[in-house]
Design a protein around this ligand. Structure first.
Ligand SMILES: [Zn+2]
Length: 230
């Protein structure tokens, strides 16, 4: 399961001839193919390879070191008969429901994590500086960022269902505080992904003038929810 959220660049150049949808379609296509075709690679390795493959497509025509080069947040899962693998990069969210009903969020809570010295390569420092402008690490043109993703593997029997969400959809919990992650998961499981998105849209519209919750953020943000029962 793959959920990508293209990062809308602020006005101004991106150094790239291509659009953000062009980028996410290619990155998503590469991830779709690689998660199936190379099962011996970890999800981090697959993300790195997909970023590199996508970058190679336009390395000759575009300035890929530009800080606003097209980029995306990533939630990626893969399961087999025995295990469930997951990867989250940037502000996407992944929710895992166990057999006892417990919902565990997998979040890329970057500020809470210390930098690991093993990652202090020149390439990563560049990626670090470049991504600092946007405030988080995203899948852009540098494969090294894949090592920054939050990843893990669980026995298959410990995951009964999972949901991947973009930050526009997690607003229900994180911005509007309508309920915790378990309540959000229950809503999606019972009423479907569309219902969650519709509720977020209603909350956003209601807060459009007062902005008690939205602050100076944009009124609407791309909201995508993928839900799978194993
Ligand atoms: Zn390009």
């Amino acid at each position: 399961m793959i959920v990508l959220d293209g990062v809308t660049p602020p006005s101004g150049g991106t150094g790239c001839l291509h659009s953000v949808p062009w980028f996410t379609a290619r990155l998503g296509g590469a991830l779709t193919e690689l998660t199936v075709s190379v099962r011996d690679l970890t999800l981090s390795e697959i993300l790195a390879r997909a970023i590199r493959r996508t970058a190679d497509v336009h390395a000759d025509t575009c300035e890929l070191s530009h800080p606003r080069t097209p980029q995306a947040t990533v939630a990626l899962t893969r399961w087999s008969a025995t295990e469930v693998e997951y990867l989250v990069l940037s502000d996407a969210a992944l929710l895992l429901r166990g057999p006892d009903g417990t919902v565990t969020p997998v979040l890329d809570d970057r500020l809470a994590r210390l930098p690991r010295s093993a990652l202090a390569t020149d390439a990563l420092v560049d990626a670090n500086l470049r991504n600092k402008e946007g405030g988080f690490f995203t899948a852009a043109a540098d494969p090294a960022v894949a090592a920054r993703a939050v990843t893990g593997t669980l026995p298959r029997q410990e995951v009964r269902a999972l949901a991947a969400l973009t930050d526009g959809a997690t607003r229900w919990t994180e911005t509007f505080r309508e309920g915790d992650w378990t309540a959000l998961f229950d809503l999606v499981a019972k009423e479907g992904a569309r219902s969650l998105v519709e509720r977020v849209r209603e909350l956003e519209t209601a807060d459009r003038e007062e902005r008690a919750f939205l602050g100076r953020g944009k009124t609407h943000d791309d909201a995508t929810v993928a839900y799978v029962e194993l």
